[in-house]
Design a protein around this ligand. Structure first.
Ligand SMILES: NC(=O)C1=CN([C@@H]2O[C@H](COP(=O)(O)OP(=O)(O)OC[C@H]3O[C@@H](n4cnc5c(N)ncnc54)[C@H](OP(=O)(O)O)[C@@H]3O)[C@@H](O)[C@H]2O)C=CC1
Ligand SMILES: Nc1nc2c(ncn2[C@@H]2O[C@H](COP(=O)(O)O)[C@@H](O)[C@H]2O)c(=O)[nH]1
Length: 324
C-alpha cells in the first residue's frame, strides 16, 4: 500500500483558464445546503461555541456544534430555528443519546445536520445509532465517524449514513497513535484516498490540516470537505481560555479525549496545546478561501472540481523546501 501524508505531496499545475483568481468558485454542497468553502471547524469545545455556530450559519459556512454540553443541545436547535438558521449538532452513542433522539423526534425538533462523534466509529453501536436516527429523524442529514478504512466507510454508508468522517489519530492534539499504536496519523492523506475510493457518498477528511494548501490536497484525494481544529482555534472569538505567558497571549486548544475535556484521567487520547492568539476568525476563513481560489486556478479550472484530477508528485517531507 502506498502511504503518504499532506507534506509528502505536491500538486502539479495545469494551464490557467481564469483572468483572476476571484473567478474561482470555492462553494460546496453538503446535504441540501451550499457553503462558501469546503471547511468545517472541528466539533470541539475549544473551537466552536453557540455564538460562533450562529455566526458560521448566518455567513454560509458549515459548522457542527460539539456534544459536550448535552442539555444545551435542544434549546440550541430551537434558538437556531427561531433565527432562521440551520442547526447542526453532535451526538454520542451512550444510552441517554438514544433517549435524546427520541425526545427530539417526539417534539418535532429536527436539526438539519446530525453528526455521530465517536473516536472509533467503525462499530456496531455506531451502526445501531445510525439506524435509530434514520428511523426517528429521517430528514436530518447524518454524518457518522470517525473511521480510517474503506470497510468502515462502506459499513456506515450501508447502515444509512449520508456522509462519513475519516481520520483516526491525525489531529494536532491527538495522542491515539502513541497510546494505542493505531490510526491514520502520519498517513492521513493516503487514508483519505483509500476511503474515498470506497465511498459512494461524501467524506469529510478530519484532522491533520496544517496549511491551507492541505485543504486542496484533501479535495484532490477525494474529500468533499475538511474538518479543521488547530488552524481554526485560538482566534479572538475562539472559546478556549486565554493565558498570558511571557507577555504573549495564548489560547487553550485541548483534545476532546483529553483529561481537560473528560475531567478525569481515563481513556485519555488527547492533550492540550497553548496556541498564540491569532487575529479574527473571519480573516482566516477569507484567507482559506483565497488560497483555495488560487489552488483552483493552478489546477486549470474555475471550481473545486478542477482539483479532483490534477496530477501530483510524492516528494517526501519537502513542504518547507528546507526553509523551516
Ligand atoms: N478523531 C480521532 O482520532 C479521535 C477523536 N476523539 C474525540 O474524542 C471525543 C471522545 O470520544 P470517545 O473516546 O469516543 O468517547 P465517548 O465517550 O464518546 O465513547 C464512545 C463510546 O464507545 C465506547 N468505546 C468502546 N471502544 C472504544 C474505543 N476504542 N474508542 C472510543 N470509544 C470506545 C465507549 O465506552 P468506554 O469509554 O467505556 O470505552 C463509549 O461508550 C470525541 O469527540 C471524539 O471525536 C478521540 C480519540 C480519537
Ligand atoms: N485522538 C484524538 N483526536 C482528537 C481529540 N480531540 C479531537 N480530535 C480530532 O482532531 C481533529 C482536529 O484535528 P486538527 O489536526 O485540525 O487539530 C478533530 O476534528 C478530531 O477528529 C482527542 O482528544 N484525541
Amino acid at each position: 500500500m502506498e502511504v503518504f501524508d499532506f507534506e509528502d505531496v505536491q500538486l502539479i499545475p495545469n494551464k490557467c483558464i481564469v483572468q483572476s483568481r476571484s473567478e474561482c468558485d470555492t462553494s460546496i454542497q453538503l446535504g441540501k445546503r451550499t457553503f462558501k468553502i469546503p471547511v468545517v471547524p472541528a466539533n470541539m469545545q475549544t473551537v466552536i461555541n453557540e455564538e460562533l455556530a450562529e455566526w458560521f450559519a448566518a455567513n454560509d459556512y458549515f459548522y457542527i456544534m460539539h456534544r459536550f454540553d448535552e442539555a444545551a443541545r435542544k434549546p440550541f436547535i430551537q434558538k437556531m430555528h427561531e433565527k432562521g438558521l440551520f442547526a447542526s449538532i453532535s451526538v454520542g452513542i451512550k444510552d441517554n443519546e438514544f433517549d435524546f433522539i427520541r425526545e427530539l423526534a417526539a417534539e418535532k425538533i429536527i436539526p438539519e445536520y446530525i453528526t455521530i462523534d465517536v473516536a472509533h466509529g467503525h462499530s456496531e453501536y455506531v451502526i445501531d445509532m445510525i439506524h435509530f436516527i434514520k428511523e426517528y429523524l429521517p430528514e436530518s442529514f447524518l454524518i457518522a465517524g470517525n473511521v480510517g478504512t474503506p470497510e468502515g466507510v462502506r459499513e456506515l454508508e450501508l447502515a444509512g449514513a449520508d456522509a462519513t468522517k475519516v481520520g483516526v489519530g491525525p489531529g494536532r492534539v491527538c495522542i491515539t497513535k502513541l497510546k494505542t499504536g493505531f490510526g491514520t496519523g502520519g498517513w492521513q492523506l493516503a487514508a483519505i484516498r483509500l476511503c474515498a475510493k470506497a465511498a459512494t457518498k461524501p467524506i469529510i477528511a478530519d484532522g491533520g490540516i496544517r496549511h491551507n494548501g492541505d485543504i486542496a490536497k484533501a479535495i484532490r484525494f477525494g474529500a468533499r470537505m475538511v474538518m479543521i481544529g488547530s488552524l481554526l482555534a485560538a482566534h479572538v472569538e475562539s472559546p478556549g481560555t486565554s493565558r498570558e505567558i511571557d507577555g504573549k497571549v495564548f489560547k487553550e486548544y485541548f483534545g476532546s479525549a483529553s483529561e481537560y475535556q473528560k475531567g478525569e484521567h481515563k481513556n485519555v487520547e488527547g492533550k492540550i496545546e497553548m496556541i498564540p492568539t491569532r487575529g479574527h476568525l473571519a480573516d482566516t476563513l477569507i484567507e482559506m478561501q483565497q488560497d483555495l481560489q488560487s489552488a483552483i486556478s493552478y489546477a486549470g479550472g474555475n471550481s473545486l472540481k478542477a482539483l479532483r484530477h490534477v496530477d501530483y508528485v510524492l516528494v517526501r517531507n519537502t513542504i518547507y523546501n528546507g526553509d523551516r
